[in-house]
Ligand binder design. Sequence first.
Ligand SMILES: Cc1cc2nc3c(=O)[nH]c(=O)nc-3n(C[C@H](O)[C@H](O)[C@H](O)COP(=O)(O)OP(=O)(O)OC[C@H]3O[C@@H](n4cnc5c(N)ncnc54)[C@H](O)[C@@H]3O)c2cc1C
Ligand SMILES: NC(=O)C1=CN([C@@H]2O[C@H](COP(=O)(O)OP(=O)(O)OC[C@H]3O[C@@H](n4cnc5c(N)ncnc54)[C@H](O)[C@@H]3O)[C@@H](O)[C@H]2O)C=CC1
Length: 456
Amino acid sequence: MSKIVVIGANHAGTACVNTILANYGADNEVVVFDQNSNISFLGCGIALWIGQQIAGSEGLFYSDKEQLEAAGATVHMRTVVESIDYGAKEVHVLQDGVRRTESYDRLILATGSSPIVPPIAGAELVEGTREFKASLDNVQYIKLYQNATEVIDKLQDDSIRRVAVVGAGYIGVELAEAFQRLGREVTLVDIAREPLEGYYDPEFGDMMSRTLADHGIRLALGRNVMAVEGRGRVERLVTDLDSFDVDMVVVAVGFRPNTELGAGVLELFDNGAFLVDRNQRTSQPDVYAIGDCATVHDNAAGAPNYIALATNAVRSGVVAAHNACGTGIESAGVQGSNGVRVYDLNMVSTGLTTAKAREFGYDPVATEFTDNQRPEFMLTDNHPVTIKIIFDRTSRVILGCQIASKEDVSMMIHTFSLAIQEKVTIDKLALLDIFFLPHFNKPYNYVTMAALSAPA
Ligand SMILES: Cc1cc2nc3c(=O)[nH]c(=O)nc-3n(C[C@H](O)[C@H](O)[C@H](O)COP(=O)(O)OP(=O)(O)OC[C@H]3O[C@@H](n4cnc5c(N)ncnc54)[C@H](O)[C@@H]3O)c2cc1C
Ligand SMILES: NC(=O)C1=CN([C@@H]2O[C@H](COP(=O)(O)OP(=O)(O)OC[C@H]3O[C@@H](n4cnc5c(N)ncnc54)[C@H](O)[C@@H]3O)[C@@H](O)[C@H]2O)C=CC1
């Protein structure tokens, strides 16, 4: 019997524990530590919950301590792993005020990520809390169930009228919509010139800007946040260009990996994530890292990268579970596929934007096409779709794809995810067998047309 210790039992940890117990439970003892009081909270539901588009938070959990224990694990909640002795193969934990040691044969680090805290007064975290509480009241971070609950409770107070959201990334645009749905005056601030700049080219970011502005959200882009000010609670957000009177500020400027437990021992990526191979192995024997605390292999970049997504967390958990139990399987790598819906605008992307393709040393060329989803004789619910495919000038291999529409175009992006993974060229895509039925699409559909019209 070997002992596998898992630190962190959210999406990555839970996937890993369940995979170990379902496949190798008879040969392995699994001990799990998590500092939180809940696990498996789907952060993707926070904006829907705040914006009252769902009934409540009940459906946003899919596992708990009892379920993991029923499957065979020993689970310690509200237990912080304070340090690890990699030589002695021991983790040191603090549970109910008592310090103790647990040994392991194999260790899985699934410690996830924390919100990035910008270096501005008032936004710094209160020392000693693990729930991302800012020192100035009504400056909020969004990550945990507890953070969402706090914001929802505060919004019961009607005097909180003006909300600024800092960061027009995925969390920021979704929350801007949620606060506006609640009748709040919303200002969305970003250092970049377009929302979602990390995931989309500027013309797609512009579609998002117009959708937000059409719903009354004030966009304050291309600004650096300098300060949050107030007496006791936040009253003003100051940028390098202007300032806004506010009653609440939500800061969502990205995630950073939680890797303090590897300090000085484990090899790290540029942003401090645990650098792992395609078996999720770290630089220490018998130590694996999964989810938001670790790198992924980025197929589009052809290199390790940091892409914090629940989808990657779950898959890396499955890969680590098999490898830690002796079945060698490799991650297929990822393309960073993602999607967002704000009001009636759906946007999906995978792989590299034009700017990122350049950063990774490619010579990117793009082909774009806009057309109705269905033939014009289909008179109802027939909306334009815009697609942009980015490929490398020399090899013609597809590097990225972005699609936007009022139509649900979400499933189409998976074709491009696979194309990037398998290094398909734009010319091969042009002749791909794509079915036609008026209810769904056109014979000369936007994928075929974009590929056929790709520059030589
Ligand atoms: C608002 C919001 C919306 C999102 N929407 C999406 C979406 O639509 N799609 C998508 O793919 N992703 C989305 N994400 C990202 C997704 O939630 C993360 O990628 C995912 O949570 C990563 O899972 P994880 O298990 O690796 O890490 P985490 O969720 O960060 O979990 C890490 C766990 O480790 C525990 N832990 C950390 N350190 C210690 C320690 N020292 N001792 C004990 N326990 C420890 C923590 O308590 C936590 O339970 C969203 C995130 C947020 C905040
Ligand atoms: N639909 C989805 O797939 C969702 C995914 N997520 C994931 O959760 C993670 C965290 O999300 P976000 O916090 O939204 O990060 P993000 O990386 O998506 O966006 C961060 C934004 O903050 C901006 N920014 C950075 N520093 C700034 C500063 N000092 N002042 C103003 N703006 C600044 C950036 O330009 C960027 O637009 C991401 O990995 C994201 O992919 C989150 C929500 C939904």
